[in-house]
Design a protein around this ligand. Structure first.
Ligand SMILES: Cc1ncc(COP(=O)(O)O)c(C=O)c1O
Length: 391
């Protein structure tokens, strides 16, 4: 079989291993491994100190190797949002996967059920927020011939204040838990309570108020379940912007932060919560100046190399430059201060993406650099295994 252009690009990335950062083709997604490992350890230490289970969200990096690394550093497993993400990571050796999202489509549920049937060494879990969802899940497992009691962990998602998915807290959630328990192949694993919007509230007081509301929703639901005689084995949720608050509330037993590992520009714009662990930027785009005029430098990284839903990238190096959107393939740099210096043709410019998750999904690989972005070397190539796994 002839090699595709994509195979050749992957081989080219692999050939960089051991070489200098200066040889990385642009635009490229680069992980500062030293910074990433400090982030990894800080979050693991936080969870251990607080006695919390850590289940990082792997939708952020979509990489089996990084999921396994997180599990080697104390994570109990990882979350994903999509069944195909789960299948991609399971194929990469990740053996504890929670789809922290609703799936209603029968064909998708059949893929999950097949995986439960054929990969019993993997612990599988999923969220539900509807009667119909639970019945479809049970039916898919029956079609796949799964009969083992408790073969699949099921979390009932409550609307913790985001007004997106999730059943209303209280009696409605308790009714779904009882319905889950009526199917022997399903194990009621607890509640999913995640407030996504709260993560990015800049003001710590506003973030605290949002998570206090979510904690109240969890408490209300616990009480409703208790009235039905149903114990709550675990409450799972929380992201990089708010996990300290969920931990302080003592309502959650498991936290699901994802972005802490890479830290994007949007998260860095949050005012920190007092006492929260600090995470460093570890994900960068290496770009280079491809065109230059007196008042601007144009780099070869546009929004096909980085997502812009949460804002444009920030320039990490050289300092003093402002990034403006130049379209699909271009970024336009101007000095922040009038008369400030601009990089010359061919010079490297390091960008911090606005939002790491959708940025990673634009790339086949991430290049892991050891020893710093300026003088380091490429240590390894990390595959974005679940790139495009949207089903
Ligand atoms: C259900 C769920 N849990 C956790 C996270 C992790 O969030 P973050 O990457 O902001 O830490 C997300 C992100 O969107 C999510 O959807």
């Amino acid at each position: 079989m002839s090699e595709s252009a994509r195979d050749l690009r992957l081989q080219r990335a692999q050939a960089l291993v051991g070489g200098s950062v200066a040889d990385i083709d642009t635009p490229a997604l680069v992980i500062d491994l030293d910074a990433m490992e400090r982030n990894l350890q800080r979050m693991a230490a936080f969870a251990a100190e607080r006695g919390l289970r850590l289940r990082p969200h792997a939708k952020m990096h979509k990489c089996a190797e990084l999921a396994r690394l997180q599990m080697a550093h104390g994570a109990v497993g990882v979350c994903v949002q999509k069944i195909d993400e789960a299948l991609a990571l399971a194929a990469g050796g990740v053996n504890d996967l929670y789809i922290s999202n609703q799936v209603i489509d029968r064909a998708k549920l059949q893929r999950l059920a097949q995986a439960v049937a054929t990969r019993p060494a993997v612990r599988w879990a999923i969220a539900v927020d509807s009667t119909e969802g639970i019945e479809r899940l049970a039916a898919a497992l029956a079609v796949a011939g799964v009969q083992t009691p408790g073969a699949l962990d099921v979390f009932v998602e409550i609307d913790a204040g985001q007004n997106r998915c999730g059943v209303a807290p209280g009696d409605a959630a308790a009714a779904l838990a009882a319905q889950v328990q009526s199917h022997a192949v399903l194990r009621f694993a607890g509640l999913q309570a995640y407030h996504g919007k709260a993560q990015h509230l800049r003001d710590p007081a506003e973030r605290s108020a949002a998570i206090a509301h979510a904690a109240q929703a969890v408490q209300t639901t616990r009480e409703a379940l208790a009235r039905q005689g149903i114990a709550v084995p675990l409450v799972t949720g929380a992201g990089s912007g708010s996990f300290l608050l969920e931990a302080d509330s003592r309502q959650w037993g498991e936290i699901q932060p994802g972005s802490y590992l890479f830290m994007d520009a949007d998260y860095a714009a949050n005012q920190p919560l007092p006492g929260a662990p600090v995470f460093e930027h570890a994900l960068f785009i290496r770009s280079q100046v491809m065109s230059r005029s007196a008042d601007r430098a144009v780099v070869d990284a546009g929004h096909k190399s980085h997502a812009i839903d949460s804002g444009l990238p920030r320039v990490a190096h050289p300092a003093g430059l402002d990034f403006a959107n130049g379209g699909d393939e271009h970024g336009i740099l101007r000095p922040v201060q009038p008369g400030g210096a601009l990089p010359g043709l061919g010079e490297t410019v390091w960008l911090i993406p606005g939002h790491c998750d959708p940025t990673v999904n634009l790339h086949d690989v991430m290049l892991g650099v050891r020893g710093g972005l300026h003088r380091g070397h490429v240590e390894r190539v990390l595959a974005v295994d679940a790139r495009g796994a949207l089903g």
